[in-house]
Design a protein around this ligand. Sequence first.
Ligand code: C5P
Length: 298
Amino acid sequence: MLRLRAPAKLNLYLRVLGRRADGYHELETFFERLDLADELTLTPQARGIDVTCDDPALDCGPSNLITKAASLLQQTFQVTGGAAIHLTKRIPIAAGLGGGSSDAAAVLRGLNRLWRLGLSSEQLREMGAGLGSDVPFFLFKEAVFAIGRGRGERCEPLAGLTPTLWHVLVVPPERLSTKEIYDGFDRRERVLTAPASSLSMCLHALRNGSLSELAKGLLNDLEPEAIRRCPVITEIRTRLRTSGCPGALVSGSGSAVFGLCEDAEHARRVAATLSSSAPAEWRLHLVRTDSEGDDDAL
Ligand code: C5P
């Protein structure tokens, strides 16, 4: 039996450069891996892929990326054996935190070992890209920060970048569909103007450990559409700012919003201020940048 961590991600920067002929959007994004993680156990069995989850709200059928990842490996490499996969869900669902993609990446990594397929990380990333745009990012062990281009699947890990960021993550109950957010973006935000921030600004801020510069560099082109579908995001952003965060932003296609914090103590204070007044249905998480090489460490 194998136990694996499947960490969440944030997008500190997400710029949509345009719509492509295949319907996807060309992106420039800055990923950060978080210490908030799902847990997967993989147990070999004679045949078949059986997926279970502790969260009854999650569909564990053929449309789940875990099932898709396992079936893809099984069919591509004509694996005769099967696997029972159990997911302990901790990453909020449909919140822009990459939980489904990370689970799929962990399944690719885990079954590669369990079924002794001998695939390289690069081969796994190629297969992962077919499952979802964010999957390859989770198949880099060597870096917790990465730049994503193309659909987001062309990743450049930033191995020299080692700061630990602290965040308060606020997740409202609304779930947002990534496809619908991109579709809404097409309908309304197609006139793309030059942004006030850039990828190099974020990189510079992280290299210098400047939180105020990073706060100015936060950008997400999908945020206006996420707010239209989930207006409470505006209130969450404001509350994070007034609770002391120098910057706050929606992650990916939402609905999770993160606030930048100076350190662990500051994050605890922000979380305490917020939790004393926030609606009970908002979920608050105190999270930080994941540790390097920690993505497989169970
Ligand atoms: O790649 P993934 O399956 O995560 O994407 C989900 C949906 O989000 C896609 O079907 C597409 O509609 C949209 N998407 C996009 N451009 C991207 C990534 C996702 O339009 N770069």
